[in-house]
Design a protein around this ligand. Structure first.
Ligand code: UD1
Ligand code: UDP
Length: 390
């Protein structure tokens, strides 16, 4: 089976790593990087840390508005798929790279065949229509031939949208990646963390939190607490801070974005984690570290229900209050395996093999994907009753 995988942003490199490893045992993979993230610390560092081969193709799209970025990805991806002729296309998560790849895949016919489309981390919903990611993931799920869901909650969302017969519960690939990394991360703990045991780890990058100066200033105010904060700064956040001159409070140590292994080490040694990241909320849960979510809602509701995550929204002083809540900070609570057993990648490969077989059989029977012969034009069709009189 020939699979063309499309990734582009930091969390997608993490999600793709275990699948890439499992897929390449028996199958051929072309790894396409859209170039959405391009700094060494946001991109190449992940390929090194995760020990996955560098991308076969980099579309070098870079940054831009949603429309410009997506349009450029569409334009540059189409000829790559045409040239590589994969059996199917694999996309991850909910970024603009996901959206673009799903759109190209769903419409393309290569040599008379339409490659299948599979979406990993399908079925997530924040129910916040203003989030660009919500739009991206809904489109990807609805276009996909196979939606690979990480949780029972995600499966329920897919079912409610009429997608159950194209969905499969496989578990969360981030568990696979985390288990792999946890064994390799210990000696990667950054010096700032070693020097400040008991630190709060913070990440913040969502457009709604960091693009508006007032909003970012408010979060910086929340971080002024009686505890050392270590804050690996996403370039989006760095940009707003630079442009507006908003400073970090004096208890906050700002560092560059770190590689995946250093991040896993930072998470496991933290007193608590405060974040607006999807992936980091889940990694906090996997590490058994209390998490405070700096958003109004979360897709990872299981972490909240289990008592390990608190979504503080716009509550003033919400971060300090959560840290002071002894019951919330207590680490002896149970952590049910909502995200699976770390073997999601193997299940995904099996599911893709089955999809590939079904897709081939279906295309042979129905000719689906083949360019259709044009139907006769209505003016040439004649009902028998209209037969001309002799
Ligand atoms: C993107 C995803 C988001 C995901 C996040 C992971 C979309 C709509 N958003 O958000 O879902 O959670 O990635 O981190 O796809 N920049 C750099 N260097 C880089 C990359 C970006 O400096 O290597 C700067 C640029 O100024 C850019 C800004 O960061 O304009 C935002 O980058 P972009 O890829 O548009 O969105 P993210 O905020 O990273
Ligand atoms: N991450 C990292 N270094 C950092 C910040 C995050 O390796 O400095 C990892 C993190 O461990 C997780 C992924 O990046 O695996 C999450 O990416 P991000 O928060 O950018 O995106 P989201 O998950 O919100 O889409």
């Amino acid at each position: 089976m020939r699979v063309l995988t499309v990734v582009g942003a930091r969390p997608q490199f993490v999600k793709a790593a275990p699948v890439t490893r499992a897929l390449r045992v028996r199958h051929q993979e072309t790894l396409v990087h859209t170039g959405q993230h391009y700094d060494d610390a946001m991109s190449a560092a992940f390929f090194r840390d995760l020990e996955i081969p560098p991308p076969d193709v980099n579309l070098e799209v870079g940054s831009g508005s949603h429309a410009a970025m997506t349009a450029e990805m569409l334009r540059r991806l189409e000829p790559v798929i045409e040239q590589r002729e994969p059996d199917g296309i694999l996309v991850y998560g909910d970024t603009n790279s996901t959206l673009a790849a799903a759109l190209v895949a769903a419409k393309l016919v290569v040599n008379g065949r339409r490659p299948w489309l599979a979406h990993v981390e399908a079925g997530l919903r924040s129910f916040n229509p203003l989030m660009p990611e919500e739009c991206n993931r809904i489109v990807a799920d609805h276009l996909a031939d196979l939606s690979l869901a990480p949780t029972a909650t995600a499966m329920n969302h897919l079912e409610r949208e009429g997608l159950a017969d194209r969905a499969e519960l496989v578990g969360d690939v981030m568990v696979d990646a985390h288990l792999w990394a946890a064994q390799r991360a210990e000696d990667q703990l950054p010096a700032a963390a070693r020097a400040n045991p008991g630190y709060l780890l913070v990440t913040l990058h969502r457009a709604e939190n960091v693009d508006h100066p007032d909003r970012l200033a408010r979060w910086m105010g929340e971080l002024a607490i009686d505890r050392r904060v270590i804050f690996p700064l996403h370039p989006r956040t760095r940009q707003t801070m630079k442009k507006t001159g908003i400073p970090a409070p004096s208890n906050v140590t700002v560092i560059d974005p770190v590689g995946y292994l250093a991040m896993v080490a930072l998470e496991s040694h933290a007193y608590a984690i405060a974040t607006d990241s999807g992936g980091v909320q889940k990694e906090a849960y996997l590490s058994g570290v209390p998490c405070i979510t700096l958003r109004n809602e979360t897709e990872w509701t299981e972490t909240v229900e289990a008592g390990w995550n608190r979504v503080i929204g716009d509550e003033a002083g919400g971060l300090a209050a959560a840290l002071a809540d002894v019951a919330f900070m207590n680490r002896t609570k149970s952590r049910p395996a909502h995200y699976g057993d770390g073997r999601a990648a193997a299940r995904i490969v099996t599911a893709l093999e089955a999809l590939n077989a079904r897709h081939r059989a279906q295309q042979q029977i129905t000719g689906e994907g083949l360019p259709q012969a044009s139907p006769p034009t209505p003016s040439l069709r004649r009902h028998p009753s209209e037969a001309p009189a002799r």
